[in-house]
Design a protein around this ligand. Structure first.
Ligand code: CA
Length: 226
């Protein structure tokens, strides 16, 4: 049974999450503070962590950083009260894999959790290097290796890759990519997304003109097929 740890101090929210996740067959444990959460992780590493941004003793991002500082790659889904209070770039930098704004639909929560667990299941624990077709993508060191070639990745290329990877095999719209990677504060366009996709393809794909892994979903956006 896959284990999910919920770190959140709002009892109603914890109860709701527990009901939803247990109904789906997950084993759920919870912690009310960042400190308790870190202790729970040390006792028995969960398969996925749902982490609230606002905790009584420390911020969710700080907890996130502490988890990553221990060298753990456990997928982390951040919960945030309002989209605008969450700085996505900071979140990704702190090591969060995805985020969800409260209130959320049950289906949306489950889809995100499943995507994170699948990623972990397929690629094993604590991996910063993932294989995409002929390439190894090292998100920690901002590198792609393919054969004897090595390419460096920019910050936005890594963030774009991480988003597509967290949602592997599902289409992600250009709007969502813009929102999650660039944030609503800056003003890149859909064209920016397309340009960055080409950059990633050139580094990851064997033949970027005939991509086999970073796929265009016409009328929607892009999909990563590892
Ligand atoms: Ca909270």
């Amino acid at each position: 049974m896959q284990r999910i740890l919920v770190i959140e101090d709002e009892k109603e929210m914890v109860r709701g999450l527990r009901d939803i996740l247990e109904f789906e067959g997950y084993e759920v444990s919870s912690a009310e503070t960042g400190k308790e959460g870190l202790e729970a992780i040390a006792r028995r590493e969960p398969d996925c962590i749902i982490l609230d941004l606002m905790l009584p003793d420390m911020g969710g991002l700080e907890v996130c950083e502490l988890i990553r500082a221990r060298g753990l790659g456990t997928p982390i889904l951040m919960l945030t009260a309002k989209a605008q209070e969450y700085d996505k770039i900071r979140g990704f930098k702190a090591g969060a894999d995805d985020y969800l704004t409260k209130p959320f639909a049950v289906g949306e929560l489950l889809a995100r959790v499943m995507a994170l667990l699948r990623r972990r299941g397929v690629y094993g624990r604590d991996e910063d290097v993932v294989r995409i077709g002929p390439s190894q993508v090292d998100v920690k060191h901002f590198l792609v290796r393919r054969g004897r070639k090595e390419y460096s990745l920019s910050h936005y290329e890594v963030e774009l890759f991480k988003l597509l990877y967290a949602r592997a095999n599902q289409p992600v719209s250009r709007d969502e990519i813009l929102d999650r990677v660039w944030g609503t504060e800056s003003f890149p366009t859909n064209r920016t997304v397309d340009n960055f996709i080409v950059k990633l393809r050139k580094k990851i794909e064997e033949d970027y003109r005939n991509p086999r892994h970073i796929l265009t979903i016409y009328g929607v956006g892009y999909k990563l097929s590892p």
